[in-house]
Ligand binder design. Structure first.
Ligand code: CA
Length: 488
């Protein structure tokens, strides 16, 4: 097989339960779905550290975040570290990256070994963003999702037709604060249903869940909610729920004054404000993916191009009463992953096996026929893409979130997930990790039986009936931690 072109499209914080091919109850994503329908959908793709920069570093390097040095949002990727795109370039590919980078700035951290790069510094802006194009800063007029797509189309249009290409199209959307392109404002007029665990009371769980400050009810700020900042607050202050809400009112940026009849209604109103903006951002991404797919089709590139759609981690869409990510719970652990490549993948394939962001680099090297470096820590799932049922399948995974209490008051933790179980250890310390808060919390364990309790509402740690499996998982957790070369 000749080397395929690869178009790797990744968004920021798009949970798979906001994709119709994953059974979303709140939106439709026809272009993302078409990649799945004409290719393979992965039901169990997970990240090893559920935040932006670490997941991106893992994808590029094929190593855990404690190996590539990007454990936290404060860490930067040293661009002398081996990445899979560098190997692609060495092996005859034309390589490009457009959009979100988030792995540091300056000579030591900008993308290296790319024939073309045009990336947002830091988080980047939704409107009229500054972007750094092959080392030069420029302002691009317009909405970021459209601009990123335009620049990707330009890359494709100007490509060297004698070489296969590897192009990363990395969207900023739908990252907080969910700023919407005007033409999508009319989407989602009707109210959306809330998830099953919207009113989670965090009983029967570790204190870590209750302690987290990412509740829809009380942790959004005025910028998130698109309201004028109420008197006595700053724009980025959380807006707590007063005891008496009969006198509470907000003025929306659209100029509407809203009042509330109950705390439940206030919580639902905040959820609707959040979720509608989030979904509008995704609608715009989906349309822009459609533009790329049309280009491939119109230019005879469809059969020879592997198209991948994923996001750097999942997100809470009101699940457990939350927004944001970080925890090892399902909604933030799981990444959407759909892959189309007509020369290799049977249309309409569904894959329930566990794969990780850690596996992407080696899988793509394998597909391009490039040797996988021994430093990489993943497993190629190319044979699964080919539909080989005997292919090597991952049985468990190691997860670690390092930023103790740094953002949203989420405690650092590590854990193991198997097909059926998840064991999490909140070790309660900063361990000198950058950005962490040096305040010790109690050590706590959580064990979930995902078959009996898919919503992770009941911690069964230390329950008699789970004592055997608990001991086995704990032993395997420390094995897999050592195998991952995490000695902290
Ligand atoms: Ca992210």
């Amino acid at each position: 097989m000749s080397q395929p072109n690869i178009l790797f499209i990744m968004t920021d914080d798009h949970a798979s339960h906001a994709m119709s091919c994953y059974g979303s109850k709140i939106n439709k994503t026809p272009n993302m779905d078409s990649i799945a329908n004409e290719g393979m959908l992965f039901n169990n793709c997970f990240c090893t550290n559920s935040i932006c920069a670490p997941s991106r570093a893992t994808i590029l390097t094929g190593t855990h975040t404690h190996i590539n040095g990007v454990k936290t949002l404060g860490d930067k990727l040293d661009n002398s570290i081996l990445t899979f795109p560098a190997l692609f370039r060495e092996n005859g590919y034309q390589t490009g990256i457009v959009g979100k980078w988030h792995l540091g700035q300056g000579e030591k951290h900008w993308p290296k070994n790319f024939d073309y790069y045009n990336v947002l510094p830091g988080q980047g802006d939704y409107f009229n963003p500054v972007m750094v194009e092959n080392g030069t800063s420029k302002v691009f007029e317009g909405y970021v999702t459209d601009i990123i797509t335009d620049k990707c189309l330009e890359f494709l249009e100007n490509r060297d037709e004698d070489k296969p290409f590897l192009l990363f199209c990395h969207h900023k959307a739908p990252h907080r604060p969910w700023l919407v392109s005007e033409e999508y404002r009319s989407h989602y007029i009707e109210d959306l249903p809330v998830p099953e665990t919207f009113d989670d009371d965090y009983k029967n769980r570790a204190e870590a869940a209750r302690r987290a400050r990412m509740r829809v009810e009380r942790d959004f700020n005025a910028v998130d909610l698109k309201i004028k900042t109420p008197e006595g607050y700053e724009p980025y202050d959380s807006l707590p729920v007063p005891d008496d809400i009969s006198t509470l009112w907000y003025e929306t940026l659209e100029g509407e004054k809203v009042t509330f009849s109950s705390k439940a209604q206030l919580k639902n109103w905040k959820y609707q404000r959040y979720m509608k903006e989030y979904l509008r951002c995704i609608d715009c991404v989906d349309d822009n993916i459609g533009r790329l797919l049309t280009y491939l089709e119109d230019n005879g590139l469809k059969d020879d191009t592997m198209v991948i759609y994923t996001s750097d981690q999942g997100f809470y869409l009101g699940d457990h009463g939350w927004y944001d990510k970080r925890f090892m719970y399902e909604q933030s652990l799981r990444m959407p992953l759909v892959i189309r490549y007509p020369s290799m993948i049977r249309p309409g394939s569904i894959n329930d096996n566990m794969v990780l962001n850690l596996d992407f680099a080696q899988t793509l090297l394998d597909i391009a026929g490039i040797k996988q470096p021994k430093e990489m820590q993943g497993i190629s799932f190319m044979n699964q893409l080919k539909g080989d049922h005997e292919a090597e399948v991952r049985k468990d995974m190691y997860y670690r979130y390092w930023m103790h209490l740094a953002h949203h008051n989420v405690a650092a933790h590590y854990g193991i997930r198997t097909k059926r179980y998840k064991l999490i250890f909140y070790y309660g310390k900063a361990l000198g990790t950058s950005g962490s808060i040096d305040w010790n919390t109690d050590e706590e364990w959580e064990l979930f039986d995902l078959e009996m309790d898919p919503n992770e509402m009941n911690n069964v740690y230390n329950r008699q009936e789970y004592s055997l499996i608990q001991a086995e998982l704990k032993k395997r957790l420390y094995e897999i931690k050592a195998e991952s070369k995490d000695d902290e």
